[in-house]
Design a protein around this ligand. Structure first.
Ligand code: NAD
Ligand code: UDP
Ligand code: UDP
Length: 320
C-alpha cells in the first residue's frame, strides 16, 4: 500500500460520489487513508467512484446528510450539496435543507468525535460582487429572495454554523470558498458553462452564450482544487479560513467559448440567450490568503485543463 508521510486517518467525505468529491476520495485513498464516502446520489453517480469500490480502504454509504449520521472518523470533508444552478434550483427547499441541516448534522458528528471538519463553501457567498477581485473580508452582495438564494443563503448559513460551533464548542473547522472548478467527471447535463460548451462543441451544436458573454469567471482545474482542499485540512488548527480557493486568471464567457471551439476544432456557431436572473457580472478570487497560509496556487492553465476535460467528455460520448 502506498503511504504518505502521515499516519492513516479515517476520513468521511460527504458528497463523495460527486465531481469534486470523487477526485478527493481518489487522492486521499492514494495517500493511504481510510475513506468513507457518504452520498445520496442526488447529482453524483456510482460511476464516478466505480474504480474505487474494490479498494480495501474505501467504503460507500448511501446517506442523505439532512439525516443524522453516526460513524467514527477523524476528519470530515462536507461537500454534499448540488452545485450547478440547474441542479440546485430544481428542488430549492431541499438545497437549503442540505446546506443547513447537513451542516448541523456534520457539525454535531464532528463535535461528538472531536473531529476536524471542512466545509465546501462557495464564491456564491459574495453574490453579484461589488468588490473585485473578491477578498475574504468582503461580506457579499446576495439577493436573499431570488432563484439563487437557496444555494447562496444556504451556504452562508452553513458558514455561520461552522463559526458558531468553532466559537461555542471549540471545534476545529476549515471553511473553503471554492470558485468555479472544472474537469473530468463534471456532470454533462448539469448546465454549467464548461460542460455545456464542451458538449455542444463536440456534438456540433450551437454554443449558448447567456447575455452578452462579457460576464467573467475564473476557472480552476480539479487537480489544483483538490490539492488546495487537502492543504487546508492539514493546515494548523488556528487557521480556520474562510479562504478563497480558485484560479485568479479571469476570462469572459465569450473568451471561454473561443478557447473551447479552438481546442475541439469546431466551427459551431455562437447563439445568444437571455442572461439568467441574478447572474453575477464578474467573479475572480483574490488568493493572497491561500498563497500565504497554504503555500498554494493553481498550476494548471486553462488550455491544459480544458484539454483533459475535452478528452473525458469525448470518451463519455464514444462509450455512450
Ligand atoms: P456535485 O453535484 O458533482 O457533487 C455534490 C455531491 O453531493 C453529489 O454527489 C450529490 O449526490 C451529493 N449530495 C447532494 N445532496 C446530498 C445530500 N442531501 N446528502 C448526501 N449527498 C448529497 O458538485 P461538485 O461540483 O462536486 O460540488 C461539491 C461541493 O463543492 C458542493 O458543496 C458545492 O457547493 C461546492 N462547490 C463547487 C464548485 C464547483 O465549481 N464545482 C464551486 C463552489 C462550491
Ligand atoms: N448528530 C449526528 N451524529 C452524531 C452526533 C450528532 O448526526 O454523531 C446530529 C444530531 O442529530 C443533532 C445534530 O447533529 O441533530 C447537532 O448535534 P449537536 O450535538 O450539536 O446538537 P444537539 O444534539 O444538542 O441538538
Ligand atoms: N453560461 C453561459 N452559457 C451556458 C452556461 C452558462 O453563457 O451554456 C454562463 C452563465 O450565465 C454564467 C457563467 O456562464 O454567467 C457561469 O455559469 P455556471 O452555471 O457554470 O456557474 P456560475 O458561476 O454562474 O455558478
Amino acid at each position: 500500500m502506498q503511504r504518505g508521510c502521515h499516519a492513516r486517518k479515517r476520513i468521511l467525505i460527504t458528497g463523495g460520489a460527486g465531481f469534486i468529491g470523487s477526485h478527493l476520495c481518489e487522492r486521499l485513498l492514494g495517500e493511504g487513508h481510510d475513506i468513507l464516502c457518504a452520498d445520496n446520489f442526488y447529482t453524483g453517480t456510482r460511476d464516478n467512484i466505480l474504480h474505487l469500490l474494490d479498494h480495501p480502504h474505501f467504503e460507500l454509504l448511501r446517506h442523505d446528510v439532512t439525516f443524522p449520521l453516526f460513524v467514527e472518523v477523524d476528519e470530515i470533508y462536507n461537500l454534499a450539496c448540488p452545485a450547478s444552478p440547474i441542479h440546485y434550483q430544481n428542488d430549492p427547499v431541499q438545497t437549503t435543507k442540505t446546506s443547513v441541516h447537513g451542516a448541523i448534522n456534520m457539525l454535531g458528528l464532528a463535535k461528538r468525535l472531536r473531529a476536524k471538519i471542512l466545509q465546501a463553501s462557495t464564491s456564491e457567498v459574495y453574490g453579484d460582487p461589488e468588490m473585485h477581485p473578491q477578498q475574504e473580508p468582503y461580506w457579499g452582495h446576495v439577493n436573499p429572495i431570488g432563484p439563487r438564494a437557496c444555494y447562496d443563503e444556504g451556504k452562508r448559513c452553513a458558514e455561520t454554523l461552522f463559526f458558531d460551533y468553532y466559537r461555542q464548542h471549540k471545534l476545529r473547522i476549515k471553511v473553503a470558498r471554492i470558485f468555479n472548478t472544472y474537469g473530468p467527471r463534471m456532470h454533462p447535463d448539469d448546465g454549467r458553462v464548461v460542460s455545456n460548451f464542451i458538449m455542444q462543441a463536440l456534438q456540433g451544436q450551437p454554443i449558448t452564450l447567456y447575455g452578452d458573454g462579457l460576464q467573467t469567471r475564473s476557472f480552476c482545474y480539479i487537480d489544483d482544487q483538490v490539492d488546495a482542499l487537502i492543504r487546508l485540512m492539514n493546515s494548523p488548527d488556528q487557521f480556520t479560513g474562510p479562504v478563497n480557493l480558485g484560479n485568479p486568471t479571469e476570462f469572459t464567457i465569450l473568451e471561454l467559448a473561443q478557447h473551447v471551439l479552438r481546442l475541439v476544432g469546431s466551427d459551431a456557431e455562437l447563439v445568444f440567450k437571455p442572461l439568467p436572473q441574478d447572474d453575477p457580472r464578474q467573479r475572480c478570487p483574490d488568493i493572497t490568503l491561500a498563497k500565504a497560509a497554504l503555500d498554494w496556487q493553481p498550476t494548471v492553465t486553462l488550455d491544459a485543463g480544458l484539454r483533459q476535460t475535452i478528452a473525458y467528455f469525448r470518451s463519455q460520448l464514444t462509450a455512450a
